[in-house]
Design a protein. Sequence first.
Length: 272
Amino acid sequence: MAAKRARTSIRVGVGGWSFAPWRANFYPAGMPQREELEYASRHLTAIEINSTFYRPQKPAVYANWRSQTPDGFVFSLKAPQFATRAAKLGSAGKMINAFVFGGLAELGDRLGPISWQFLPNRVFDRDDLAAFLDLLPRDLDGTRLRHVLEVRHPSFMCADYVALARSHGVATVFTDSTEHPSFADITGDFVYARLMRSDSAIATGYPGSDLETWAARARSWQSGAEPADLPRVAASLPAKAKKPRDVFIYFISAAKERNPAAAMSLIERLGA
């Protein structure tokens, strides 16, 4: 009998759901703002929350977000900046726990990866980062948590960082940007990409050929492979470590007004 394949998914979305220009090209005319999350969650399969980077939300807010979204939809949350901006990352335990255990459980199965974004001047310090990774909670009310690091200093583009992240099972954001380090080494059991090249002159944000390329990359990641056309800084995973993965792709920044159209176009190409 053939081995049963692990169930995986490719989720595609944007950052947030409240953006005035979207009321002209994404949301139906006249839609009340209070209905935007419900609408967005039925046309996208994930949303990255940026507001939590500035301040955690109350448990009732997380519960409300969950109630407005359908089964299978997930939120990725950017962790509060005061944790990743601590002078010593190893001292951030209290701040990390206050966020994770401060109401995220209300999201239930809508809780996707938690993203920890570092400042551009945060240099790779192996010991300090290892202490930080040891602090990240691994489960919440019996549900395994997924953590992803967004590193923004070139010093992280080294085999030592990749090995450390892999040893902790923490993913690394693939940032498709010319402004930030951009490397696609697999360091966790899921893939997290933030695409930052949408073009306001293109209705779908990206040319159709580019979206086809991203669809192919997403399927490659999902299958357990690694796209050969993306940059890496360390050796590929050994064959025995290549397993099917969940994939999260967000269209972020750049021509933000085009990002919902880009996400929906990619979802269509994926047949999701």
